[in-house]
Design a protein around this ligand. Sequence first.
Ligand code: GAR
Length: 211
Amino acid sequence: MTAKRERLKLGILASGRGTNLQAILNAIDAGSLAADARLVITNKPGALAADRAIDAGVPHQLLNHRDYENRLAFDAALVRALRAVGAEWVVLAGFMRLLTPVFIDAFAGRTINIHPSLLPAFPGVNAQKQAVDYGVRLTGCTVHFVDKGTDTGPIIAQRAIEVRQADDPDSLAARLLPVENDLLVDVLRWIAAGRVGLHDRRVTISAESPE
Ligand code: GAR
């Protein structure tokens, strides 16, 4: 007999439109992701992601980074809010702030990020524009553990798409977005099933175990 696995206790951080957040909330709602969204934190007033959380009946807090003296104080507030609701894993779902060790150490090995390129190519902002400007023929998205660098953490999964001759950054981003949404939810399902391991920066994904 296999022991019943606990649902993932998720904190989700988002800065903008929130389609990746929505994909997570939809999967939870549909019963296809064994997780509870304990808290959604947005850092910009008016972010659509906040409306998505509220519409889904998920607790939401706006922590505006501009209200804090510095990055360390902002990150300490994020950690306090997430701990207060018992979040154990954190998803950066379009969260456009660099995090300091105050945050990274608090959720080490339990924070994941979705990035719109095939890392290590095109880290940082405007990854889709970087891909178009460079002229790569393939790009994609990456879900990785967050470490102290910018988009340098251990890679969990990637998916590729073709860059078309006619693509501009917006058309490429639009075609990539649903691929990102699916990949992020898939990775969370693997984590919820206890299949993702991290040892010395090496990620292992174990085979699906029969129910
Ligand atoms: C997504 O494309 C995500 O990969 C990207 O921001 C977008 C957020 O979309 N994240 C980064 O570039 C992080 N460096 P969403 O708000 O609709 O989820």
